[in-house]
Design a protein around this ligand. Structure first.
Ligand SMILES: Nc1ncnc2c1ncn2[C@@H]1O[C@H](COP(=O)(O)OP(=O)(O)OP(=O)(O)O)[C@@H](O)[C@H]1O
Length: 335
């Protein structure tokens, strides 16, 4: 069995420059020297490697950088620093020697299929356009190909002539999945793919993802702000806070062995954990702005266990047990 990861992000970062505000535009108009515009470090020195067949759940509060990391994984965002490998081959790096490239083998499924499905296109074109354009299927076989995909995601092939508005939310989610599958990907980034759906429909779509993984040997990065959702489908859970990974743990060990105070705070919010969650301490306050992250460990202002060192030094993401990584100074305090 190959030990090369399917996808590897090595020490990647993403900086966004904030668009110039009114004051900066006035300074510019007055011919005054520009002040450095504050930016956002959406992803800060993150390494992530995903094996073929693995389902990795990526969780954290809104704005912590999950979508940005997912977009970097599939090549929708360039890298400000670091490198990206696909089956061991360098696909993108921050230097000009490593040009930014993507591949049909990796696709992204978004939260709102309504917004990402062209309302004026029929299902046959929505799903069948890309595989024809990329030579995966001949145009004369397009309808047959799309019908097979519709059946695969649990839709009636007879809907091939329909428009997106004729479908329910759950059916549109299935269309979005069929469209991603149409180019025969090996790796899917699912970004809040079930967040807009009712709970009962969510469960159906999650089960569809799992069935497709087994049938098509797919690998997933499953992004959600809802730990309960990702826990259901993932082998491994990666927790992000303000651009950094704070913990990576096997999903089956999450409830028993979660180490980072932030992960434990997220667990305190999971409704199905009653009464076990009583041992977790709920999170305090709001996540600070990514434009002005706290010094040291970004989580320290909200952490019930913060120590002086947490304010000054960022803890490294260290392996605290086989396959279990956590970035917390508490792990390095001698008893
Ligand atoms: N294209 C962009 N330009 C400028 N800033 C951006 C851009 N995309 C994301 N950001 C900023 O980067 C930070 C991380 O955003 P991101 O969308 O990755 O977080 P998230 O965890 O996926 O949150 P959400 O679940 O709300 O999408 C946020 O502060 C966001 O405002």
């Amino acid at each position: 069995m190959s030990t090369t990861p399917l996808l590897e992000l090595r020490r990647v970062s993403k900086h966004f420059r904030k668009p110039p505000g009114l004051l900066a535009r006035l300074r510019n108009a007055a011919g005054l020297p520009a002040r450095q515009a504050p930016g956002v470090v959406a992803v800060d020195d993150v390494s992530l490697s995903i094996r073929a067949g693995e389902v990795v759940g990526l969780v954290g509060e809104s704005g912590c950088g999950k979508s940005t990391l997912g977009r970097m994984a599939v090549g929708l965002h360039s890298l400000s620093a670091g490198e990206r490998f696909w089956k061991g081959e360098l696909l993108a790096g921050a230097s000009r020697l490593a040009p930014h490239r993507t591949s049909l083998g990796m696709q992204m499924i978004f939260q709102d299929p309504q917004a990402s499905l062209n309302p004026r296109m029929r299902v046959q074109d929505i799903i069948g356009e890309a595989p024809v354009a990329h030579g995966i299927v001949e145009r004369r076989r397009q309808a047959e190909y799309v019908e097979t995909l519709l059946e695969r995601v649990g839709l009636d092939p007879a809907v091939i002539r329909h428009f997106p508005y004729q479908f329910s939310g759950g059916q549109r989610a299935r269309l979005g999945i069929a469209r991603a599958l149409a180019v025969e990907p090996e790796f899917l980034v699912c970004d809040e793919a079930v967040a807009a759906l009712d709970v009962s429909i969510q469960a159906q779509i999650l089960n569809l993802f799992l069935r497709l993984r087994d049938e098509l040997n797919l690998t997933y990065l499953f992004i959600s702000h809802d730990l309960h959702v990702v826990h259901h489908v993932s082998h491994r859970i990666v927790v992000m806070y303000l651009g950094r990974v704070v913990e990576s743990i096997a999903a089956e060990r999450l409830f028993s062995d979660a180490n980072h105070p932030y992960t434990r705070a997220l667990l305190a919010e999971v409704p199905s954990l009653e009464p076990a969650k009583k041992r977790f301490i709920a999170i305090r306050g709001e996540m600070p702005s990514p434009m002005a992250p706290p010094s040291g460990c970004h989580f320290h202002p909200r952490c019930p266990h913060a120590m002086p060192v947490c304010r000054s030094e960022a803890p490294p993401l260290a392996e605290i047990a086989p396959g279990h990584h956590s970035a917390c100074h508490l792990n390095h305090v001698s008893a």
